[in-house]
Design a protein around this ligand. Structure first.
Ligand SMILES: [Fe+2]
Length: 278
């Protein structure tokens, strides 16, 4: 159940997990995002398809500095059918059923030093999954079990399918950015947030801070924590330049509206301050 029929169902608001199950079938040579309606009609903790047969996501609520903000978990089906889970969020029985229908959960990826709180939930639900942490989480959460720290080079498990780079050099925030080659999808955590007039479920406090303090309302930019100081600007710039060298035309991000058009231009603009510094 794909293509036009799937899009009709998305627009009609039919729960996503009903049509996300893929029972075999060939992988198409080109991929088209199927979330043209942003995430406006998507309830929290409901799985939605982003790219047919390959990428899914769900949103979940987060309370941060007294602000209500949503975050996003991304799931990629690797070539062998195993699932790669980026920024694991809270789980519900319905979500577990929906994920199980997609394939075996093999890899849990905590991609940034603010995105690890629900890794335990996934570890309990999927005890055989291998956990990868962004460097820094191991010190911040020393009791969180993990198998490997992420680095500049993709581990063998997804090498050749997903590229990655560790973005370090900011004072308060660090993350590992990814690019899924086949679907040309850049997967970011906090390096770009895209919150504005079209973003659902934005409370007045978040609107105030984003408009009046951080000036990032309707303007994709790095998370405020990235803007609060740097230790190694050259390191950040080098990582951003590597990201921009990747072949991507859409951006899956953890906070705000997905970026489906002009992705590289928007990324350049969002990071212009760091990129243009001498
Ligand atoms: Fe975040």
């Amino acid at each position: 159940m794909f293509g036009d029929e799937l899009e009709k169902r998305l627009v009609a608001g039919i729960p996503a997990q009903r049509y996300c199950h893929i029972a075999g079938g060939s992988v198409p040579s080109t991929y088209t995002p199927i979330v043209p309606i942003s995430n406006k009609t998507l309830p929290m903790l409901e799985l939605a398809c982003f790219v047919e047969q390959r990428i899914w996501f769900y949103n979940y609520p987060v309370r941060f500095f007294l602000m209500d903000i949503s975050a996003r978990t991304t799931i990629i089906r690797l070539d062998d059918g195993g699932l790669w889970v980026h920024s694991p969020g809270p789980l519900s029985p319905e979500l577990v059923s929906a994920l199980n229908a997609l394939g075996p959960v093999r890899y849990l990826v905590a991609p940034g030093n603010f995105h690890y709180l629900h890794v335990r939930d996934f570890q309990k639900a999927y005890p055989n999954a291998v956990t990868f942490l962004c460097p820094g989480i191991d010190k911040k959460a020393p009791n969180l079990p993990f198998h490997e720290l992420l680095g500049h080079t993709a581990p063998k498990a997804w090498r050749g399918q997903i590229d990655q780079v560790h973005v370090r050099g900011a004072k308060h925030m660090t993350e590992v950015a990814f690019c899924h080659r086949d679907t040309k999808t850049l997967i970011l955590t906090d390096l770009i947030e895209n919150i504005g007039s079209d973003t659902p479920d934005v409370d007045w406090k978040l609107r105030f801070w984003w408009k009046r303090i951080f000036h990032m309302w309707n303007t994709p930019k790095p998370a405020p924590e990235y803007q609060l100081g740097t230790q190694d600007r050259d390191a950040i710039r080098a990582a951003l330049q590597q990201i921009l060298s990747w072949d991507f035309d859409r951006i899956m991000l953890a906070h705000g509206d997905l970026i489906l058009d002009d992705a590289k231009e928007i990324a350049c603009q969002a990071w212009s301050q760091v990129l243009s510094d001498p």
